[in-house]
Design a protein around this ligand. Structure first.
Ligand SMILES: [Mn+2]
Length: 445
């Protein structure tokens, strides 16, 4: 695969000589760090370029792409080869998403995607982009650090292969094994209070609960305050893990929350890569993906803006989780409906559903359905709990589709995460239909 990457990079250099470049990337942390890595490399190469961050690629966007520029996609486009082949411009794609292996590449497409090679190593878009950029410019720890933010953003840090390992070596990085709470660089009482993944009942969003947990774990409060996660010794780390496990209704899931903590240099400070990735994602979700991009590229003003957006976002997320925790829910045998009405913003209700589905609060396979008002509409998000053992008989997309067929509205998503937007007057009808559908599904299996 490294050979292919080298060829791709050489080809790119040759074919972009004296040409303007448009870089298009995905709006999550992996996509934005990919764009920042390539953007910084293009700057070094003194190339003329601009960057667009998009939520998803569609035919309309493709039809409006400029004809006089070389287009580069990072962290997306593998599923749009057919449409892109019809363009009259050169297109470079650096992506790790599924790709049609039978497709013969036309003249205008150059693709680098690990799925294409027998020795292809699974990795995030940002790591792949870094490997390309390492051929374009000299190896650079600031670019490698960004690749690590993308890697943890896409939850790829548990499958580190030999090529990704070389990226870890290029980075300015400290690794420590422990519980995956972030930021691991700040005092533990704060990290615990603001920690939403894992969601710890009675601790997340509760400062007295967070301090009580630290007392139970025997972690001392000193004149300098509480230690950070990074500063704990092995013994303290073990006691903290045990104390947290005792708070989790579903103990077996604890192992999912143990792994490597990644500390990187960012703006000349030591930062937790998970925190940086959460910050980038938060900005994007709040409609500020350009701020997130500039932040990743090292812009000082963007950093202040991004931090403000992130603090607000964290605050509303914690409030939302507390709301869910303290208010009645509709509980079925294998599902849970959380109707937040106007108490949780529609922009974060999907994140709330994701956090709950990844938490150890509910049994694997439980379907979480959240609802929040948005003016005269209701935004619905659904997720299935658990990441590892996935029950094949449940398909959230199908459930959402079948409901909107009956009561109107728009639905989208896939098997494990889907949603819909329905009229506010359909609130009761929707809940009734979910109950009917899911109670029947349970009986079916
Ligand atoms: Mn990605």
């Amino acid at each position: 695969m490294l050979e292919k990457i080298k060829l791709f990079a050489n080809d790119f250099l040759e074919k972009t000589r004296n040409k303007e470049i448009l870089l298009v990337s995905h709006f999550d942390a992996d996509g934005i760090t990919s764009a920042a890595i390539l953007g910084k490399a293009l700057k070094k190469l003194d190339k003329n370029f601009s960057i667009k961050i998009i939520k998803s690629l569609d035919s309309e966007f493709i039809s409006q792409l400029p004809k006089n520029r070389v287009i580069v996609f990072t962290d997306l486009a593998s599923s749009h080869l057919e449409e892109l082949s019809k363009l009259e411009t050169l297109v470079f794609i650096i992506d790790h998403h599924e790709i049609d292996l039978r497709y013969t590449m036309p003249w205008n497409l150059q693709v680098i995607n690990p799925h294409l090679y027998a020795d292809g190593e699974e990795m995030s878009g940002a790591c792949l982009t870094y490997l390309v950029c390492r051929e374009l410019v000299k190896k650079d720890s600031s670019l490698a650090n960004l690749a690590i933010i993308g890697m943890v953003g896409d939850l790829m840090d548990k499958k580190v292969g030999p090529l990704v390992n070389t990226i870890l070596k290029d980075a300015d990085l400290t690794i420590k094994k422990g519980i995956l709470l972030y930021p691991s660089t700040r005092p533990l009482n704060k990290a615990l209070e603001y920690c939403s993944n894992p969601y710890i009942p009675g601790v997340t969003g509760d400062c007295t609960g967070a301090c009580a947990l630290l007392r139970e774990a025997g972690i001392e409060f000193t004149a300098k305050g509480y230690k950070s996660l990074m500063e704990l010794n092995e013994d303290e780390m073990q006691r903290l893990v045990t104390a947290i496990a005792l708070k989790m209704p579903n103990h077996e899931k604890m192992s999912e929350f143990i792994g490597n903590l990644f500390l990187i240099k960012f703006f000349n400070r030591l930062e937790d890569a998970r925190e940086m990735s959460a910050l980038v994602n938060a900005c994007s979700r709040m409609g500020e993906s350009n701020v997130a991009l500039l932040f990743c590229m090292g812009n000082e003003n963007a950093r202040k803006q991004a931090e403000t957006v992130y603090i607000k976002y964290k605050q509303s997320l914690i409030e939302a989780l507390n709301h869910v925790n303290t208010n009645p829910k509709i509980q079925g045998k294998q599902y849970m409906i959380i109707n937040a009405k106007d108490k949780i913003q529609d922009t974060i209700i999907g994140t709330v559903a994701s956090i709950l589905s990844m938490s150890a609060l509910y049994e694997e396979g439980t379907i979480i359905i959240t609802m929040a008002y948005n003016q005269d509409k209701i935004k619905v998000s659904s997720r299935i709990c658990g990441r590892e053992k996935i029950d094949d008989s449940k398909n959230l997309k199908e459930i959402m589709d079948s409901i909107t067929e009956l009561i109107g509205g728009e639905s989208g998503g896939h098997k494990l995460a889907a949603g819909c937007i329905i009229g506010k007057d359909k609130e009761e009808a929707f809940i009734d239909l979910v109950k009917k559908k899911l109670d029947i599904e349970v009986i079916k299996c």
